[in-house]
Design a protein around this ligand. Structure first.
Ligand code: SF4
Length: 323
């Protein structure tokens, strides 16, 4: 299911994913690292972890059968109302209406819904409208048609109303107010954090850590670092954060680059340094595992996109940082 993700982006991954994990048994038995590596770059890594857990529940507790019953399906890890309605209606023809961003846009224009679509209070309103419209004889086809209508005809800008199959019922069209709907509340600006990351060199290896399995980017590997505190330079933050997070003493020896990245709820500006390992045994704070690897081994591990923005600089220029 494609919440907040574009079809074209997912298509790049889909074939690779089903080739690697062709059925629920292979998915359940996969190493989480393999799954994350296949998913790498798509974002929303909690979805990958939940998919893995759900496959394990299906294989372990349900004899490999995906629940046909809505309530049982809804209990699987990571399954919310949207996924439950979409899978149950499309796969099993069960009468549940799907509401995604495309559907909300169509409904907002059809019925001149004034509640902003990005306010949580609107979810119930749009769900009720969709429930009323749902064709119970073909719920899966109806849901796909409404989502597709929003994606291809009732587009955010310049909807092609002249070819729209529901134009006779559209209140926005009748009043020539398509551009006013859906109503959207101005989102608050995302907070921005200034952080550092360290590429720590020892002999011909670099140091990476693995994030804990839960939460943001859970299970992924990364070059360690942390937030820059008030009155701290990026270099000072680098030394302090690495000591706090790994117990290693390092010396920043060269500024590598600045990376900007936006997550769903915040943005980061990340200064990346080449650092020389000086001393210390690894004692991890937040991370759950670590490796000393060569630069050539980086592509064996799943990394977040923010790290991929500077990893090519490491693999292209392999200077010696161990003097
Ligand atoms: S008539 Fe136009 S605005 Fe109304 S639902 Fe169709 S494409 Fe959207």
């Amino acid at each position: 299911m494609l919440q907040q993700t574009q079809v074209t982006k997912v298509l790049e991954y889909y074939q690779k994913f089903v080739d690697r994990f062709p059925d629920v048994v292979s998915l359940a038995g996969a190493e989480l690292q393999d799954l994350l590596k296949t998913w790498e770059g798509l974002g929303y890594y909690a979805r990958a972890r939940n998919l893995h857990k759900a496959a394990q529940v299906v294989v372990r507790d349900l004899e490999g059968h995906i629940p046909v019953d809505y309530a049982a399906f809804r209990k699987l890890p990571g399954v919310g109302e949207y996924i439950a309605a979409a899978v149950q209606s499309i796969a099993f023809n069960a009468p549940y209406a799907v509401v995604d961003g495309n559907v909300k846009r169509v409904l907002a224009r059809l019925f001149l819904v004034k509640t902003p679509i990005n306010r949580s209070a609107s979810t119930r309103i749009f769900q009720e409208k969709a429930n009323q419209l749902l064709d119970h004889s073909v719920p899966g086809i109806f849901n796909q048609a409404l989502m597709e209508l929003g994606a291809t005809v009732c587009r955010p800008k310049s909807p092609t109303c002249v070819v729209c199959p529901v134009n006779a019922y559209c209140q926005a069209l009748q009043m020539a107010r398509q551009s006013e709907f859906p109503v959207r509340q101005k989102p608050k600006p995302l907070p921005e954090y200034h952080v550092v990351a360290a590429v720590i060199h020892r002999d011909d290896q670099v140091f990476i850590t693995q994030r804990k399995p839960e939460g943001l980017l859970g299970g992924l590997w990364e070059f360690p670092g942390g937030k820059i505190q008030v009155k701290e330079t990026a270099e000072q933050a680098c030394v302090r954060a690495i000591r706090e997070e790994t117990n290693l003493l390092v010396e920043p020896i060269e500024y590598l680059t600045r990376v900007k990245h936006a997550y769903t709820h915040f943005k980061i500006v990340m200064d990346v340094f080449h650092c020389h390992y000086q001393s210390g045994e690894v004692v991890l704070n937040e991370a759950i595992d670590y490796r000393w690897i060569t630069v050539n081994q980086i592509n064996q591990f799943p990394f977040p996109r923010s790290n991929h923005k500077f990893i090519p600089l490491l693999t292209q220029g392999k200077e010696d940082y161990n003097e």
